[in-house]
Design a binder for this molecule. Structure first.
Ligand code: ATP
Ligand code: MG
Length: 462
């Protein structure tokens, strides 16, 4: 970011705004509108996607205000490439929808418009009113729960109010395509320079309104390598349990965002440090606290980060299979210690772990099915004799299960060897495959009838 960006041109006088803080005391905060002209910042039109520019121009030409906002501005200022482009406007959702045939109105909590250009979706939101002022009770369009949670927020506002209802100061920067200025209402440029995440308004109130902001703090801290400013950081550990009031489907989406931004391991550490892993994966945290290792989770997240760095995709079911593995292991061991045979113990444990997890984050069926299969295949992968290896290899989830096996080996959970065998077997021609299988048969210990000891831990290869 060029230094000159901080030579700010002040447009209007400073304003005092009062916010009700969590403990009932009023806190005075100063916000002032500042404009940064084109020659003092590095946001160039060439980095903005064509669809985003199209939407901005059409809204402007139709007489509306429209700005690029959020990650689109923040990430360009930081020299990065935005994940997506968000637009804020004074046009109502219906007016936006009327302007774009390729758009759809979505959302119940917030009504927004998605303008769809092939695979790119531009999210257009109407300026919303300031939600931090305590004027919510009689207002039918904005409702809060007894915990301070914002249930519905469809109060339209002006540009400044829209800025101040956003989460972090660095997310409240607007780019105007008409004169190429950046508009900063909340000192976001200053925080961007200091690489700090600071909530707008009183942190406790803002987390109570929407506890997901705590997860967003962690996500941006890990992704951008920013510090969380002390006042923004202070209430998180204590307020973390508020996440249990958030619908499980929304938390599922947030988990995916948290772990697919390319900084999964750093995110995992931060979530743990701020007590935020518990509301997302309660059983996993319990199992780890009871002594199950979390090395497999770390290894899986490291692999995921490496895949994302190479532009490869990550599958939600693989991620959840790893995140829940310590919980599954604990439950599986418990059942075997109670005398259940290995296989039924595994099936019972799978049902139990998923059943408990969906109370925290939902797991859509299209992901929970393959996740189960990855787990079940861990028992089939060691059994390769006869036709079994060939049959296992045709399983639609074989590749994911094999990857999972490698993660288990690399994490030190099981002795290496089986993964290498499967690697070779997949690459081998038919003759070599037959040889590998016959070597396996001759290496196999002669079967002896053994009485099963009831209270045994599961065999280490599973
Ligand atoms: P990225 O898209 O890179 O994940 P982003 O900052 O653009 O980051 P989005 O989820 O796309 O995040 O949201 C766009 C903008 O909407 C944010 O920058 C922020 O200004 C606002 N916003 C999103 N979620 C919240 C929230 N829970 N509370 C307040 N403002 C929010
Ligand atoms: Mg965005």
């Amino acid at each position: 970011m060029p230094k000159s960006i901080f030579t700010l041109v002040e447009q209007s006088v400073g304003k005092f705004r009062s916010f009700m803080s969590g403990n009932g005391k009023k806190k005075a905060l100063i916000y002032q509108r500042r404009e940064i002209p084109r020659d003092q910042h590095n946001v160039s039109r060439s980095v903005i996607s064509e669809p985003a520019k199209k939407v901005l121009h059409r809204l402007n030409k139709s007489g509306y205000e429209a700005y690029l906002v959020g990650g689109g501005v923040r990430d360009i200022l930081l020299g990065g490439i935005p994940k997506d482009f968000d637009i804020a406007t004074n046009a109502t959702p219906e007016e936006v929808h009327d302007l774009f045939r390729n758009s759809r109105l979505i959302g119940r909590r917030f009504r927004i418009v998605h303008v769809v250009f092939g695979r790119e979706v531009i999210e257009v939101t109407t300026f919303r009113g300031n939600t931090t002022e305590a004027d919510t009770d009689a207002d039918d369009d904005r409702r809060t729960s007894e915990h301070g949670l914002l249930l519905r927020d469809n109060v339209y506002g002006n540009h400044e109010e829209d800025a101040l209802r956003r989460d972090f100061t660095v997310n409240a920067l607007y780019y105007c395509i008409r004169d190429f200025t950046i508009i900063d209402f909340a000192n976001g440029i200053e925080d961007l320079r200091n690489r700090q995440l600071r909530l707008i308004g009183d942190p406790e109130t803002r987390y109570r309104e929407d506890p997901v902001r705590m997860l967003r703090a962690i996500r941006f801290a890990a992704k951008l390598g920013f510090d969380i400013e002390p006042e923004t950081e202070a209430p998180i550990k204590e307020l973390a349990p508020l996440l249990s009031h958030i619908p499980s489907a929304r938390l599922f989406d947030e988990v995916l965002k948290l772990f697919s931004a390319g900084h999964g391991e750093a995110t995992y550490d931060l979530l743990t440090r701020y007590n935020l892993l518990e509301p997302l994966f309660p059983e996993t945290v319990r199992a780890i606290e009871a002594g199950e290792p979390d090395e497999l989770i770390r290894q899986a997240l490291r692999n995921t980060d490496a895949r994302i760095a190479q532009g490869k995709s990550v599958t939600p079911y693989f991620l959840f299979a790893a995140m829940l593995w310590p919980a599954l292991q604990a439950e599986w061991h418990r059942r075997q210690d109670n005398g259940d045979p290995v296989q039924p113990a595994l099936h019972g444990a799978i049902g139990k772990v998923i059943g408990r997890q969906v109370q925290a984050t939902s797991i859509p069926k299209r992901f929970s099915g393959p996740m189960k299969e990855i787990w079940e295949l861990q028992m089939r992968l060691p059994r390769r004799q006869g036709k079994r290896a060939f049959v296992t290899m045709t399983h639609p989830r074989f590749r994911a299960a094999y990857d999972f096996l490698l993660v288990r080996e690399n994490s030190g959970e099981i002795e290496p060897g089986l993964g290498q065998w499967w690697t070779e077997f997949q690459q081998a021609d038919e003759r070599r495959q037959e040889r590998m299988l016959s070597e396996l048969a001759s290496d196999a210990p002669k079967k002896r009838k053994r009485r099963r000891k009831p209270a045994q831990r599961p065999p280490q290869q599973c």
